[in-house]
Write a protein of this length. Structure first.
Length: 389
């Protein structure tokens, strides 16, 4: 059912009740509030395209139904809720800093678990030795990704993902409509402001339930990734007090044009109007804040150095396997020969993580000026990037 849009001619953007009727679920009050805030923001601040209207209904009904499945599974099996999520590893960093490449490589280790793209559409455990060939869920999700890539030309070059690729945590927290991912695909400033005030604790409590459901009673070493984690660290540490962190660092001036371009590509299928200057200002303000939050995180006494590992983007991309060996050694984890060979094969198959080489995206296209940005990023650059500038 998750790949079908339920007919409902009465649905209009902003009508949360119609979506709840279509999904036939009764979500938590927190999820309902998030849904209502998001819909109100989209209605007032986003001019949706036809695809944007149709896809919004499909997406939101899917999220509501999937969340109900997770909650029902926990209610039916209390042991699911009691299962620990022990010392999960979160990959942090500014966007376009190698975090996706690192996540993909670590997913090659059979001893690690990562959320997969198809599991966001069809939540289910991924069994050991999973063979994606011919799996109906994989086929359907790859077709959906192909469709989106056709609607958003260049998307896969900017973010090469497939059905069984590792997925970001913002797709999990989207199930309770408390996720920063909606800000990437829609223009939702009032929702964004509400979420900043509301906080992310409810979202990560659900996040934990989702991981417990996926691991299906078996101990798992979770590796999780999302640039937006930079803004949700307090909630992460309240839900996962033993969490560990890998932080990749890259010169922000080198990536902001790419981040703005990706936001533009993501929004284009959903919105009728795209304002490049507005996207540029939003990206610059957000990631100036993010860079400074990463500095603050490095100084936090409640997360000792033994639970943090910092690395420059250039170090990682120059020798990915050496970088991963250092990460495993830092956290006292064994990197097996089986995992090593799987990672080598992935590096050979997808050098640079599958990203193509292209000319840098021009800041000027988004009304951004490198000199004007440097002051805001200076503390971060001095701490982490000077040696590679």
């Amino acid at each position: 059912m998750a790949d079908r849009i339920v007919p409902d001619s009465a649905f209009a953007v902003g009508d949360a009740l119609a979506l709840l009727r279509a999904a036939k679920v009764a979500p938590s009050p927190d999820a309902v509030e998030g849904l209502e805030r998001l819909l109100a923001s989209i209605k007032a601040e986003s001019e949706l395209s036809l695809f944007g209207r149709v896809s919004l209904k499909w997406d939101f009904v899917r999220l509501l139904r999937n969340a109900q499945l997770i909650e029902d599974s926990h209610a039916a099996s209390p042991s699911l809720t009691a299962a620990p999520i022990k010392a999960p590893l979160f990959i942090l960093g500014l966007p376009r800093s190698g975090t996706t490449f690192l996540h993909d490589l670590m997913a090659q280790d059979p001893g690690n678990q990562v959320p997969r793209n198809w599991q966001m559409i069809y939540p289910a455990p991924r069994p050991a030795g999973f063979n994606s060939a011919g799996d109906r869920r994989i086929v359907r999700v790859d077709k959906q990704l192909d469709l989106f890539n056709g609607l958003a030309p260049g998307f896969r070059e900017l973010h090469p993902i497939y059905a069984d690729s590792p997925q970001e945590c913002s797709e999990i927290t989207a199930h309770v409509f408390q996720s920063l991912r909606f800000d990437s695909t829609h223009r939702v400033p009032s929702y964004f402001q509400w979420l900043e005030k509301h906080g992310h604790d409810d979202a990560f409590l659900f996040h934990k339930k989702f991981l417990q459901f996926l691991q299906d009673g078996k101990p798992a070493r979770w590796v999780l990734k999302c640039p937006d984690h930079t803004f949700t660290l307090d909630a992460i540490l309240r839900v996962y007090p033993d969490a560990r962190f890998v932080v990749l660092h890259r010169d922000p001036i080198a990536v902001l044009g790419s981040v703005a371009h990706l936001t533009q590509v993501l929004r284009r299928p959903f919105l009728r109007g795209i304002n490049a200057a507005e996207i540029g200002a939003q990206v610059a303000a957000r990631w100036t804040q993010g860079a400074n939050l990463l500095l603050d995180f490095d100084r936090r006494a409640d997360v000792p150095a033994s639970r943090k590992f910092h690395m420059k983007y250039e170090e990682f991309t120059a020798a990915p396997l050496v970088a991963i060996q250092r990460i495993y050694a830092h956290f006292g984890e064994e990197l097996t020969e089986q995992a090593t060979q799987a990672m080598i094969r992935q590096i050979e198959a997808k050098p640079r993580g599958g990203y193509g080489r292209h000319a840098p995206y021009r800041l000027e296209a988004f009304k951004l000026n490198a000199s004007a940005l440097q002051a805001g990023f200076m503390p971060y650059v001095q701490q982490y990037c000077q040696a590679v500038r």
